[in-house]
Ligand binder design. Sequence first.
Ligand code: NAD
Length: 481
Amino acid sequence: MPFEYAPAPESRAIVDLESSYGLFIDGAFVDARGGTMFKTVNPATEEVLAEVSEAGADDVDRAVAAARIAYESVWGPMSGRDRAKYLFRIARLIQERSRELAVLESMDNGKPIRESRDVDLPLVAAHFFYHAGWADKLEHAGYGPHPRPLGVAAQVIPWNFPLLMLAWKVAPALACGNTVVLKPAETTPLTALAFADICRQADLPPGVVNILTGAGETGRLLVEHPGVDKVAFTGSTEVGKAIMRSAAGTGKRLTLELGGKAANVVFDDAPIDQAVEGIVNGIFFNQGHVCCAGSRLLLQESIADEVITSLKRRLGTLRLGDPLDKNTDIGAINSSSQLARIDELVKSGEDEGAERWSAPCAIPDRGWWFPPTVFTGVTQAHRIAREEIFGPVLSVLTFRTPDEAVEKANNTPYGLSAGIWTEKGSRILWMAQRLRAGVVWANTFNRFDPASPFGGYKESGFGREGGIQGLGGYLDVEGNR
Ligand code: NAD
C-alpha cells in the first residue's frame, strides 16, 4: 500500500506582495524612465504575481552613476572592518526573513519549498556570513599586501537559483570593496527586489547595491556600459559568448559561469542504494534546472540493469505538484519557454532512437510541469547526450573500463562538474585527476559550501565563485586582467 500524504502547504501570508515594483537605484525604489512594465508569473499556477519595471538605457546610466559615486565616496574608502559590519547585518536579516524569502522564491520560481527553505536560503545566508568574514582580512587572502577592489561590478544572473546566484555575486563584490548593479532574470525578479529592501533595512549606503529588473536587452545594456569595471555573468553559454565578444578590448574584467552537461559515473563497487539517491539528487533536484546537474549517468555495464531498476522504483515515489506543499519533491518548470525546450529535446531523444521512461505521476491542470524522465540506450551521438536540457531528464550511457568512463565523461564541450561513485579511494583520485570539470564530487552530488570554489572549464566558463579563489574575481590582481 503506498503511503498517503495529507497536503501540508506552507502559508503564503508571510509574503507581502505589492502589485508593482520600481527599480532600486541609489538606495530608493524609482520608476523606470521609459515606464515599461512586465509581469512575473507563478509557474505552478500561471497567476500574475506582480508587475515589474523594465530598465532602459537611461536607467542603466543612472544606476551605474550611483554605483560609481558610492564606490568613490563611501564604499571604496571604507575600512574592511566597517564593510564587514554591513555584510554581517545583511546576513542576519536574511536569516530573520528566511521563511518569507523561501516562500517568495518558491512562488516566483516554482521550486519546492523544501528546497528553497532547506537549501537555497541557508546557503544564501552562509554566503554573506562567509564573505563578511573576509572583508577585513583580504590582505591575508594571498592577493598581496594591499588588495584593491575593481570599482563598479555589473552582474547578470539566471532564474534557477535567483537569490542564491545573487548572493554568489553580491557578497564577494561587496566584501572586496566594489559596488554593484545587478540584473535578476526576467522570470524571477521578486527575491532580488526583496533583497533591495534588506539593503535598505541594513542601512547600506545608497548606491552600493542597485537592482535593475528587465530582460536580455537590459542585461546587454548593463554589461556593455562603459562605466563598469567588472562583468560577472551566470547564464547560458550562448549569451556568455556574446558578452565575451562585447567585453573584448574594453579592459573590463570578466567572469563567466555558464552551462554544463555533467557526467555522474557509477562503478560496479559503488553502494547502489546511496548512488541511486545521489543520482536522483544530481538530476531531479530543482527540476533539473541546475547548471552542474548530473544529467549524463555513466553506469558500469555489469550493474546497469540493477541501477536502472532501482532508480525507476525510487522515481516512482517522488511527489510532483504544489511547490508550497512541504511534501513536494518536484516543483514546476520555471517558464513555458523552458518547458518547450525540454519537450523539444525529449522528442529528439525519442526520434533518435533512445528509450524513454517517465515516472507515472499526475500532472496538474494549470502551470508548467515535466515528469522525472530517464532515457536508456543513449549514445554519444544523441542530442540528449550532448546538449544541456536544463530539466528533469536523465540520459543513461554505459562503460566497461575506467579509461572508457573518463573518455565518455570528458566528451562534451562543457566542464562544470562531475560525480564519481566507488568505494575505492585510489580510483576517486585517479578519476578526479583526469576529469575536465571544475567540481568533482565523490560519493555525493550537488553539495555546496561558500568556502569551496565553483566554476567551469571549456564552454562552462572561467573564473571561480566562492572560497579564496572567488575573491580574486573582484580584486585588482594579476591573472584577473
Ligand atoms: P540566459 O543566458 O538566457 O539568461 C541569463 C541572464 O542573462 C538573464 O538575466 C537574462 O535576462 C540575461 N541576458 C539575456 N541575454 C543577455 C545579453 N545579450 N546580455 C546580457 N544579459 C543577457 O540563461 P537562462 O536560460 O536564464 O539560464 C539558464 C542557463 O544558465 C543554463 O545554461 C545554465 O547552465 C546556466 N547557469 C549556470 C550556472 C553556473 O554557475 N555555471 C548557474 C546557473 C545557471
